[in-house]
Design a protein around this ligand. Sequence first.
Ligand SMILES: [Zn+2]
Length: 404
Amino acid sequence: MIRSYKFLMRPTVGQTQALGEMLRDHCSLYNGALQERRDAYRHVSKTSVKYGMQSAQLKEIRAFDPERQGRWSFSSQQATLRRLDKAFAAFFRRVKSGDTPGYPRFRGVTWFDTVEFPKDGDGCRWDSTTHDLVTRVRLQGVGHVKVHQHRAVVGRVKTVSVKREGRKWFVVLTAEQEQPEPLPATGSAVGIDLGIANFLADSGGGFVPNPRHGRSNAARLEAALQALAKFPRVRRDQRSANHRRTVEKVAKLRGKVGRQRLDHAHKTALALVREHDFIAHENLTIRNMLKTVAPKPDPDKPGTFLPNGAAAKTGLNRSISDAGWGVFLTILHAKAESAGREVIAVNPRNTSRRCPQCGHTSADNRTTQAKFHCAGCGHTAHADTVGAINVLRAGLVRREAQPA
Ligand SMILES: [Zn+2]
């Protein structure tokens, strides 16, 4: 299965210029090839120029113009010629069917906004600096361009495209996910509650612990981050040797923690998808909004608020675990889709407060972070298990409401 991803790029000033030149030169290649086809078509012989003939000329064009055409990826130039070929194929198809389509047009440089690289690793490289914190894509003639990768890419990257939209630059990827054997139905449905103490609790009473063992890489990363915070914020080239070593250590540990987290997420998602036909989870975006600490009014000064007491550290831990859940859910959705399983995100409102036995819904039911004790019927359970049961219930209600 092919899936596509679009990420904002953050090119430097020099890279922005190079990207503009890359578009300009691909545009002029496109127009030049179009001109050649037009001339040939208008000639008495009505010669039709084919892609293969134009592609064969590329080597010469590049050698003749090393400053411009010679700078860019050969394969991306072939892709541009292929685009022209497609435009002509569509044109002739419509002529044949009796339409009177417009002849393929020259593109102004502002109308030419995409360069395609048909194969990752050929003139481009997705995630070219794996040792670094920041994701980059390497583009021939441009360099390693920073990418704002806001979600995980699942599967193997096949094609890479660069796209200009207004003043912004994007990289568009297509990635192929391995297609596992479609799994046999199990007749089982599950709800999951993502947490901090445990990575997740399921509605059957099971728990998946967080990937921590002893003085783990996560703890070492935290220590390294604290050490890094002690250095003054200075330019890269003004850092001391110690400072540089700490930066490197942080980057290395981040990579390790990220890989561990990814591995854990894959295993956890695979186990869920194997066992259940239907999986319900909380909608994280809504959940984050609900969990923001409410401001407390200051009784002494009406109209003002007390500090809400949420420590900065909690915020950090929270954002780290949020990132982990996001990665996990992306993988879960992808695996479920390819295995023919159904995954539903539900509104988490009241999932931690409603008694699964009697339906009594109250904040008083949640006695501690970990314990649920119903004020109505006396039912007790682990609070996260209760959350997961309510998530499953909400998921099944939603499925009823929207028949497939
Ligand atoms: Zn109850």
